[in-house]
Design a protein around this ligand. Structure first.
Ligand SMILES: Cc1cc2nc3c(=O)[nH]c(=O)nc-3n(C[C@H](O)[C@H](O)[C@H](O)COP(=O)(O)OP(=O)(O)OC[C@H]3O[C@@H](n4cnc5c(N)ncnc54)[C@H](O)[C@@H]3O)c2cc1C
Length: 471
């Protein structure tokens, strides 16, 4: 809490431009939102802090794009822009064509929802090729990109968003916008507009831990849980924590203080043909708030210390890793959870577990409740779903603030629901819906909360998205 204040002098801010739609954040949700708005003929500016697109996928190294499945009727659960993107990635060598086909070819009959890794499928991606492919796709659609640029504050008139202030190497600017879509992951713009939000667990306020991902060489680890091409699939998914005992021993021997992801999750080969180079998601920084600059800084520092410990652990305890060496640490710690902007509807854990249906459905989800330990040592909570659930449009529309939509990780849901809808494929789907809704609102001179749900749903279906219609 900072109590002392200094009054900033008033000043005239130059206007950088005027756009129908300004998308803040170029992660999966922001990219899909910008693409959806632009293909409906709207002028779109996308503002991104880094010098590339992709968000956690590219900046934090989450290379397995997850949460793909088939719906109850066998068609792809997430399609639309997600499908377009994955096929483009496969064409450019950034994803495995077989993995892409597997999730987008329809299947006959109702899936079991136990196939794949953790009840859904993953498409391994090459984050550097992702950056290039996403850029190509947005530029082709006419989206104006602005990198190395922070969206700092919404321009407000009463409770109506009119644009954003941004800061970059050129200085501080204003951008006028018909509608702003907050895809910052943390809901920065929405929070600064005065929109209500919640953070973390309802009792402790703690968010899921952050993880700093790193790449190692000489680490030809025997097949792990996500590799369904091996006999590993015969082991029940939730029991695949073979490293728990080794971790306990290493902690007792004081060889590590890190309190890692005991599933040794996602020690994925970065390339299918070279199993000795792995992207490792093992570190775990608990009880840190990603919206607090000091805590976020400390989390990065702690995360990097944990990377070194992880490598020592691998060398000592993990088969075939005796000579493992560090190739790189990703530029940013991965943030699983922060603000959830309160919308007209708060999607709940029960909705997710019970396959809730909504008349204003704009996307479908299936990813499990995946809650890494908020505090203390021990196994994460993993609850597979028995059927998909709807994500309602109302979860993208913040209460009381107009001309603002949210998409991706920061949509309106509770702590449990976020544990499911945060997966990249689902963020792509909510981004596509927000971008389409914003384009319709501009076209019809309406506020996003007033648009016709039927027309929005029809547009999404026409564009190839699955909203659970006709089920
Ligand atoms: C450790 C970890 C492992 C995960 N594993 C998987 C996995 O295996 N598979 C999977 O599918 N998902 C996984 N996820 C979840 C998934 O990666 C994220 O939830 C998802 O990327 C969120 O998408 P988003 O677009 O909402 O936000 P982000 O991906 O966070 O993108 C937000 C973007 O906004 C930019 N930004 C933020 N603030 C501003 C601002 N003020 N101005 C301008 N730009 C801004 C950021 O730089 C970033 O590029 C994992 C997440 C973590 C943290």
């Amino acid at each position: 809490m900072h109590l002392e204040t200094i009054r900033e002098e008033g000043r005239d801010i130059p206007v950088y431009g005027e756009y129908d739609i300004v998308v803040c954040g170029g992660g999966p949700a922001g990219v899909a939102a910008a693409m959806a708005s632009a293909r409906m003929g709207r002028s779109v500016l996308l503002i991104e802090s880094y010098g590339f697109l992709g968000g956690v996928n590219t900046a934090a190294g989450v290379n397995g794009i997850g949460g793909w499945q088939h719906d109850l009727d066998g068609r792809p659960l997430i399609a639309g822009i997600g499908r377009e993107m994955m096929y483009r990635l496969a064409e450019q060598g950034g994803a495995d064509p077989q993995e892409v086909e597997q999730v987008f070819l329809p299947v006959s009959g109702r899936p079991t929802y136990r196939e794949g890794g953790l009840g859904c499928y993953w498409i391994r991606s090459n984050p550097d090729i992702v950056k290039i492919v996403l850029e190509d796709m947005l530029i082709e659609k006419g989206v104006k990109l602005l990198y190395h640029c922070q969206a700092v504050l919404p321009i407000m008139q009463d409770r109506i968003v009119q644009g954003v202030y941004l800061e970059n190497k050129s200085g501080r600017y204003a951008v006028k916008a018909g509608i702003v879509i907050d895809c910052t992951g943390d809901g920065d713009l929405a929070a600064r507009s005065g929109a209500a939000f919640q953070i973390g667990h309802p009792h402790s306020g703690h968010c899921q831990p952050m993880s700093l991902i790193f790449t190692v060489g000489n680490a030809d680890i025997p097949p792990l849980k996500y590799d369904e091409r091996t006999d590993e699939r015969d082991v029940p998914i939730l029991e695949r924590n073979r490293y728990a005992e080794a971790i306990k021993l290493a902690r007792n021997n004081r060889e590590i203080v890190l309190n890692p992801n005991e599933l040794f999750c996602a020690a994925t080969p970065v390339n299918r043909d070279n199993r000795s180079i792995r992207s490792v998601n093992f570190t775990r920084v608990q009880c840190a708030d990603a919206t607090d600059a000091d805590q976020l800084t400390q989390a990065e520092i702690t995360g990097r210390k944990q990377v070194l410990e992880s490598i020592l652990f691998m060398r000592r305890y993990v088969k075939n890793c005796e000579n493992a060496f560090l190739i790189n640490i990703l530029p940013q710690i991965g943030i699983r959870e922060s603000r959830r902007i309160t919308g007209s509807y708060v999607l709940t854990q029960d909705d997710v577990l019970n396959g809730a249906r909504f008349p204003d459905s704009i996307a479908r989800g299936i990813y499990l409740l995946d809650i890494h330990n908020l505090e203390g040592v021990g196994k994460s909570t993993l609850r597979l779903l028995d059927q998909p659930y709807d994500i309602p449009y109302r979860s993208l529309v913040p209460l009381q603030i107009d001309n603002l939509l949210v998409a991706g990780r920061c949509i309106s849901g509770d702590h449990g629901a976020l544990a499911s809808y945060r997966i990249i494929s689902h963020c792509l789907a909510t981004g596509e819906a927000a971008g389409t809704a914003a384009a319709l609102a501009i076209k019809n001179k309406q506020k996003p909360r007033d648009i016709s749900i039927e027309i929005l749903q029809q547009c999404l279906v026409n564009q190839g998205a699955n909203i659970g219609e006709d089920l």
